[in-house]
Design a protein around this ligand. Structure first.
Ligand code: SAM
Length: 188
């Protein structure tokens, strides 16, 4: 199914095969699960990360999964019945509206599988700035990506962007992690 969708929408999917299990583990190991009450996933596709997120997610937490592709949305809704999962059809650019509609204020963690380098001009930049606004102070933005392009979108918004190469993914993939700065203490 994933490959069929890639053939139909190569720019939107950005990859021929889903992420490998070892990369899924390596990325999710970076999450502070005890503090996470709202986890947002952009581009869940066939649920490669979504299943593992649900395995780790607190019983009272919510996973908001946003994808532009209606076939993926229908597949996820049918294959992952879980009261903590809210699957939304739309663009990550509208993340703040989707968060508000789910009854939350801000996200603790946002994970993105969107292929930023193949999106139309300006779309990736808009998604990154909305993401920054949607995160609580101290919240994390995690990205996996074949291209380094997204780093240039993240760097103006986050004071520190950590980049790693995940060689155990097929094909090897870059991962990025940025944390939204905590509000500075008010001067007395
Ligand atoms: C490379 S696939 C990632 C699939 C899966 N998460 C994985 O790790 O194998 C990219 C996904 O991003 C979705 N996507 C692309 N642009 C999007 C956007 N603006 N908002 C939400 N999802 C988007 C595509 O429909 C696709 O499901």
């Amino acid at each position: 199914m994933f490959f069929r969708q890639f053939v139909k929408h190569p720019g939107m999917i950005g990859s021929v095969i889903p992420s490998s299990p070892l990369m899924v583990e390596a990325i999710l190991d970076q999450v502070d699960w005890a503090r996470t009450r709202l986890f947002v996933e952009y581009g869940p596709g066939v649920g490669t990360f979504t299943r593992s997120i649900l395995e780790r997610l607190h019983p009272d937490a919510t996973l908001l999964a946003i994808d532009l592709n209606l076939d993926f949305i229908a597949y996820l809704e049918a294959s992952l019945p879980d009261r903590r999962l809210r699957v939304v059809h739309g663009s990550a650019a509208d993340v703040r509206r989707f968060i508000a509609e789910s009854g939350h204020r801000q996200a603790d963690c946002i994970l993105s599988g969107i292929p930023f380098s193949t999106l139309p001009d300006g779309v990736g930049q808009g998604i990154c700035s909305e993401t920054h606004a949607a995160l609580r102070p101290g919240g994390a933005f995690l990205v996996y990506q074949y291209s380094a392009y997204v780093r240039g979108l993240m760097a103006p918004l986050f004071s520190f962007v950590e980049e790693r190469m995940e060689w155990r993914n097929i094909p090897p993939c870059r991962t990025f992690r940025a944390v939204k700065e905590e509000a500075l203490a008010q001067a007395a």
